[in-house]
Write a protein that binds this ligand. Structure first.
Ligand SMILES: [Zn+2]
Ligand SMILES: [Zn+2]
Length: 140
């Protein structure tokens, strides 16, 4: 469980409206190597990426598979996290943070799927209807 003020979440451009709960399974995958798969759940608060309305978005993210290893040769894997020798526990916070950051950029924070956004010219909220720069005479 990561609280919204957990230092690992610093720098993410989001407001967490609740704690991040993380569930997962760690699997041994050879000498000094572990696979972690899990999912995380939280609620984020932010502005709709298109129209800047405040939105609350419930988040359920599957973390595909993070590789934790003391073996630096495994570092080619994009989901690789170095593990200190003799580590007795795996800190998944960093991988959770990355998954969250990715989700925010790609899928979260839309007030609705078909949000029309703001007019790039006058800034009017197009969800409320066409703006003055789109007069009926103008071809759409
Ligand atoms: Zn919107
Ligand atoms: Zn406009």
């Amino acid at each position: 469980m990561l609280q919204p003020d957990d230092p690992v979440l610093n720098g993410l451009e989001l407001g967490l409206a609740g704690p991040v709960s993380v569930q997962g399974q760690l699997q041994a995958a050879g000498e000094g190597t572990y696979l972690w798969r899990g999912n995380l759940h939280t609620v984020v608060r932010g502005e709709c990426r298109r129209c800047l309305t405040e939105v609350l978005d419930e988040v359920d993210i599957e973390v595909p598979a993070a590789v934790f290893s003391t073996d630096s040769e495994a570092a080619d894997d994009p989901d690789f996290y170095p593990l200190p020798e003799r580590a007795t526990q795996v800190d998944v916070a960093e991988s959770v943070r990355e998954e969250l950051a990715l989700a925010i950029q790609t899928e979260l924070l839309l007030c609705r799927e078909d949000c029309a956004g703001l007019c790039p010219r006058c800034g009017a909220d197009l969800n409320a209807g066409p703006c003055a720069c789109r007069t009926p005479a103008e071809p759409v």
